[in-house]
Every structure is written in C-alpha cells, then in structure tokens.
Design a binder for this molecule. Structure first.
Ligand code: NDP
Length: 479
C-alpha cells in the first residue's frame, strides 16, 4: 500500500483536502508515497499552534532548552539507520553517504546549538549614572523551505539554531523529499520536544509562497535555487519577514602546479560526484595548472571509469540515482550542450539502467575537458555528476577566472605552499574556502554564500543571528 504523507501540526498528523503529489523512489522510479498538499487553513493552524508553544518555550531556561535538544540529538543518532534509509528513499543517494555524513550532520547541529545556547550571553554596558545590557531574543515563529538534496540536514540545520534561541519552527520540505523530516519531527517529540514547536507543512511552491506571505511568521530561511531566492524575498516583503537564503553555486577548485596529484584527484572527484553531484557547494569548475593537467586528468578519468553506479542501498555502489526523470534530462541535456559548444567527453556522459533498477534515474559520473569559461556547462549550475576541467597558467589568472561568476558559495584550492594558500584563499570570492580538502562543514564553522549564492549563515554561532533580534536595555542608576 502506498504511504500517505500528511502534515505534522502541533504534534498530530493533520489531513487536508485530498489533493496529492506522487513521491517517486529515484532508484526505481516507482511511486512510494503520496504527499497530501496542505491548505491555507492548516498553515494558519500551524502558525497558531507554533505561536502558543513558542510563548512557553521562550520562558524556559537555556539549560532546559539545551538539554531537550541534546536529548533529541541522541535519539536521532540511535535512529540513524532508519533515518538514513528514509533519506535514501527520498533522494536516491547512496546509503553509505547518508548514514556516515548527511544524516548525522543533523543531530550534530542539534547538539552543537543545544550546548551553545547554554553559554550564549549578551553584552554589558556602562556609562556615568547608567548601566545596560544587550542580548539576543527570539523572534517568534520561524520557517524553513527546503531543497531536495539534503532533507535531513536542511530540517535540522535550520531548526536547531531557531529552537535553541527560543523560537518555534515550521518546515516545508521539498515535495520530492518529504519522508525523512516527518520521522525526524516524531523522534524529536518522543525525546521531549514540546508539541507545536516543530511543525511540518507538506506541499509544493504554493504552500511555500503562503508561508512567505503569512503575517504570523517572522522569518523564512530558504535552501534552493537563485530564482526561487528572488521570489522568496519578493513574497516576504509585505510582511517584512527576515529572510536568509542558501542558494546555488558554481564553485571553482584550483589545483596548483605543486599539488599532491593523488590527493587532488580524490578531492576533485568527491567535490563533483558526492550525492551524484547534487550538492550546492560542489566544485564543478576544476582549474588545473597546465604543467600537471595531462597527468591529473588521466588519473581522474581512470578512477572515475571504475566508479559503480546503481542500487543506492548496495555496499559496493559509489553513485546512486539523481532526484527525478526531469532532472536527469536536464543533466544529460547540459552534457550534450557542453560537447556541442566544444568540450571533450573524457569519461561518462551516459544514462545507465542498472539490472533490477531499470526505471531509476541514473547517470554515469562525467568529466568534460577542453572547457572554456564562456561555455554553458562552465557558467550554469548543473547539479549533477558533471566536472568541467579548465586549464590555467598562473595564480592571478586562476583567481580572476575563478571569481568571474555571479555565484559565491564555495571555493577550493590545492597547494603545498602555505603562503600561496593564504594569499589565494583570501582572494577567492566565496562564503566558504577549503584548502587541501573540500566540502567539510563541522557544526561550529559558518556555511553560506556571497554574491548571488545568498546571505546569512547556517552552522556556528553566526546562525543564531538569523533567528534572533537584538534587544538593548538602558537602566538609569543615578537617583
Ligand atoms: P528550488 O529553488 O526549486 O526549491 C527549493 C524549495 O523552494 C522547494 O521546497 C520548493 O518547493 C520551494 N519553492 C519553489 N518556489 C517557491 C515559491 N515561489 N515560494 C516559496 N517556496 C518555493 O530548488 P530545488 O529543490 O530544485 O534544489 C536545488 C537548488 O537548491 C539548487 O540551485 C541548489 O544549488 C540549491 N541548494 C543550495 C544549498 C545551499 O545551502 N546553498 C544546498 C542545497 C541546494 P517545491 O519544490 O516543493 O515546489
């Protein structure tokens, strides 16, 4: 029987009007669930329940809030295998990635923010005849609208700082990945999170738009595409909502002539093929110094040709499915366009139909060489397992070309020269720069973009700023 996914409001599953969206398992193409689209009355109810719960939650001590969130983190860790399977059913990514990194990064955030709020203090002021203090206070009901690539992480990276700060939260997952976040909320409530503090409203962009316009919601945080980010800002303008945007990217990875090539090949491949390339910060423009290019490309082509694509649950599979048939068509269309515009297909490029998973959305990891900066594959986000290799001759040229994009989420650099690493790292226009590694985001490191990759930060103490106001108190003491 196909599962019905409803909305989770005030601790209960709430039925809507009976309009559904099919949820497909990307590895088989089969419909495995039907997502019931929430209506505006349900959103009003979620906001009312969240407001009521938030008023009580904000009165609790930071110790109590922190301890509840840390307990929830432990419960989620215990359920890691179950949640990782749901993440795979949602996204089609390989289980080993879900279970080792993507899903655990959610409880890591809850634990970090639960602990951090216990030590988070304000600023004290002093003047002749007066004293004062400024502190961060909750803003009320916050909302998160999620992309489909990291549903567990998105649910918790957004809600953890919001809840720790004393807010309530309403999440709208992508209509394509509703499963794992529903279970996450249930587990958090079982672990003691008061009902109404964490709600899920399911549906597509229409309910997302209603969230942006709702006067009872103080803040919205989006993870999604640049065009969606612009719409979110417009839709949120009338209610003057605070907005943070985690948007797309077309990150550069610069591999210098002194790089350890063995390491560089591994980093470049993981920065392109992890989660079948469906990662916003992926380094899809790989700039390689001319003197090492032939050797490095040969190493990457050899290793890429040995990657296994198929059943995401199988231990020996490296690359799972992409999210949908439509997305697969977009990726293959982009590869064809790249070749049309003059790129060479060094490896991959084909759709595959693994045995037993013939209806799934699988594509070989792909490397395009002889790329030029003005090609569509080099300029536009593909969000699939497609690496574009570009050749450079000197550091200044590499930096100039790496920065020639309206995106600015991530950037990477591989060199053994410490001074060069600092100098070039400083010049890269990106919210996150990784040197001799890529895509590592511990919970205490801020993550987010500059330029059109968005604004605001997730992870780290900086994330509290997105979910709080500053309140200043001035006290006259000279009677
Ligand atoms: P979309 O921008 O299409 O959608 C993101 C979310 O926004 C979905 O839940 C979607 O709903 C919702 N939405 C769409 N239109 C509106 C609207 N008008 N009002 C309110 N909500 C709306 O992104 P994808 O889901 O396709 O994800 C891929 C994109 O996300 C890529 O560009 C990627 O780079 C970016 N991304 C950024 C990350 C970051 O941290 N910077 C991380 C991961 C992804 P629905 O789809 O259900 O209709």
């Amino acid at each position: 029987m196909t599962e019905i996914v409803r909305s989770h409001i005030g601790g209960t599953l709430v039925e809507s009007d009976g309009s559904f969206i099919d949820k497909h398992y990307p590895a088989t193409g089969e419909v495995i669930a039907k997502v019931e689209i929430a209506n505006d009355v349900m959103l009003d109810e979620a906001v009312a329940k969240a407001s009521e719960a938030q008023r009580e939650w904000a009165k609790t001590s930071v110790q109590e809030r922190g301890q509840i969130l840390i307990r929830a983190a432990h419960a989620l860790r215990e359920a890691n295998a179950e949640l990782s399977r749901l993440e795979v059913m949602d996204v089609g990514k390989v289980y080993s990635e879900a279970a080792s990194a993507d899903v655990p990064s959610g409880p890591d955030a809850l634990e970090f923010f639960g602990a951090a709020i216990m030590t988070y203090t304000g600023v004290q002021h002093q003047w002749p005849g007066a004293v004062g203090y400024s502190r961060r206070v909750p803003i009320g009901v916050c909302a998160g609208i999620g992309a489909w690539n990291y549903p567990a992480q998105i649910a918790l990276w957004k809600s953890a700082p919001a809840l720790a700060m004393g807010n309530a939260f309403i999440l709208k997952p992508s209509e394509m990945t509703p499963l794992v976040s529903m279970r996450i909320v249930a587990i958090m409530e079982e672990a003691g999170l008061p009902k109404g503090l964490m709600n899920i409203i399911n549906g597509d962009y229409r309910i997302g738009s209603a969230i942006c316009q709702h006067p009872g919601i103080a803040k919205v945080s989006l993870t999604g595409g640049v065009d969606t980010g612009k719409l979110i800002m417009k839709q949120s303008a009338d209610s003057l909502k605070r907005v943070t945007l985690e948007l797309g990217g077309k990150a550069p990875l610069i591999i210098c002539d002194d790089a350890d090539l063995n390491k560089a090949a591994d980093i470049a491949m993981s920065a392109n093929f992890y989660t079948a390339g469906e990662v916003c910060s992926n380094a899809t423009r790989v700039f390689v110094h001319r003197s090492v290019a032939d050797e490095l490309i040969a190493m990457m082509v050899d290793r890429t040709s040995r990657l296994k694509v198929g059943d995401p649950m199988a231990d020996d599979v490296d690359i799972g499915a992409v999210i949908s048939e439509k997305h697969l068509q977009k990726i293959t269309g982009m590869i064809a366009k790249g070749i049309d515009e003059g790129a060479s297909l060094a490896v991959g490029g084909n759709r595959v139909h693994p045995q037993g998973f013939e209806g799934g959305y699988f594509i070989e990891p792909t490397i395009l060489t002889s790329c030029q900066d003005d090609m569509t594959v080099v300029r536009d986000e593909i969000f699939g397992p497609v690496m574009s290799v570009l050749i450079f001759d000197d550091d200044d040229e590499a930096i100039r070309r790496a920065n020639a994009t309206h995106y600015g989420l991530g950037a990477g650099l591989i060199t053994r020269d410490l001074a060069r690493a600092h100098r070039m790292g400083d010049q890269l226009e990106a919210g996150n720069v990784w040197i001799n590694t890529y895509n590592i985001i511990p919970p205490d490191l801020p993550f987010g973009g500059v330029k059109q990759s968005g604004f605001g930060r997730e992870s780290s103490l900086f994330a509290f700023e997105a979910y709080s106001d500053v309140k200043a108190t001035y006290i006259a003491i000279d009677e």
